[in-house]
Design a protein around this ligand. Sequence first.
Ligand code: HXC
Length: 517
Amino acid sequence: MPRMDPVERLRQLRERVRQGGGEARIAAQHEKGKLTAHERLELLLDAGTFVETDMFVTHRCDDFGMAARQIPADGVVTGWGQVDGRHVFVFSQDFTTLGGTLGEAHAKKICKIMDMALKCGKPVIGLNDSGGARIQEGVLAQGGYADIFLRNTMASGVVPQISVIMGPCAGGATYSPALTDFILMVENTSYMFITGPTVVKTVTHEVVDFEGLGGARTHSRKSGVAHFTREDDETTLALVRTLMAYLPLNNQDPPPVIEPTDDANREEPELDDIIPDDPRKPYDIRDIISRIVDHGQMLEIHAAYAENLVVGFARLDGRPVGLLATQPAVLAGTIDIRASKKGAQFVRFCDSFNLPLITFEDVPGYLPGVTQEHRGIIREGAKLLHAYCEATIPKITVITRKGYGGAYNVLNSKHIRGDFNYAWPTAEVAIMGAEAAVEIIHRRELEAAGENREAVRAERVAEYQATFCTPFHAASFGFIDDVIEPRRTRPTLINALRLLTNKQQSNPPKKHGHMPL
Ligand code: HXC
């Protein structure tokens, strides 16, 4: 028989591997509204840039009939390509081949690109769609996950790691995404849980379906496990590209600055009147942010979780910045346990990857209540404080209204190394609001006032307000660098950011800090 042309044979082999689990399995995948591993990579990466690695790797398992079972690419497509012209490493699990399960070889392929990513200083983007540890491979599969977890942890803070959940992600498999920086979930087709609905029912007698236990809605609203959700594979992968546009490639790489197309000196007169006269009246902090950042565009993270704190990325003068803002429209902008954790995670990400941080502050304090206390708001609230104290990136604060109590300290006050702290004329920097303060410090006088109690109280409230319910008391000590006209916030921030471009600051040498966990 004539020998087949080697190049032609190579082409055929490649084509066979690319077919994954075959036509029927691919059709089933499509029927579920899911794309294949390769189709996903085509959408994620710039056209024609994907370079596949290890496509001929096979498993070595002989048990449970596996010897006869061929699993193309061992159920995961790995390699590298480009997003907007910048290199990234990728893996994409192929559910059409034995449910995208992870065995020894599958894990080794992922580890190999993670090692390369660390060596090259490039992000890792993982597309997860898998039945989890390949049962037939026993501890080799379990250990394979551990090999990945170790690499996730070593890469943390060195290169950005993004996990996209596009199908099942169960059991120990969830801990690799959990160790990465961002988790995106596809609505209705993805779910994450430690144990599925059947086990839950057996152990706790709770009846819940896949979606309710660990769907995109649950993890974006209740648990906060997911940072983003989108409706299908296409929009979710497009979002990964949007997210990447704000991120540096590694912790030594400068953030991706683009040529600015929005006027750095743009003033926004509407900001002068945006704060309601009544200090208890809410407003949406996003209406302020959108008037300040380039073209009003912000990529909000954890948008449906702990909505009393808004975090996300935007650009100022073409430079990517992290934004953290208390949200007066939800829980009056108080910081509760969930907001503290959400904020701390975000501040630490920005600090790891040298993204300047802008804080917008209108905070009446930490959220009071028995539940919060019993759940440990002392410890949990300290997370955000620790993150801010530790951060050495450029840090700028704008106090729009309240800067009350301990929350004033936490939100990048001057005392914890805020580089520039600005206040609007509507700002109030005080231990607490006037009404509550007067009840405490003038209690005896109010008790003695008898029928005049209301008149005395009003007088004392006015006195307190004149002293503390302004930014000028704090500014007189230099704790506020300047009281600015709200309309000039954008030019002020941009000017400060330009100055801080080469900021150098470090913490004492240590193995690692001990954040209150
Ligand atoms: C081996 C598996 C598998 C697994 C699925 N398959 N999960 N093979 N190990 N963990 C195989 C199926 O036998 C089937 O093989 C193919 O993949 C497709 O699976 P289906 O069940 O037909 O698909 P579907 O109906 O869509 O259901 C998908 C599923 C279900 C919900 C994921 O397969 C399932 O519940 N699998 C088990 C999930 C699980 O418990 N995993 C272990 C988690 S614990 P054929 O022959 O038809 O191609 C874990 C520990 C990690 O991961 C430890 C780290 C510390």
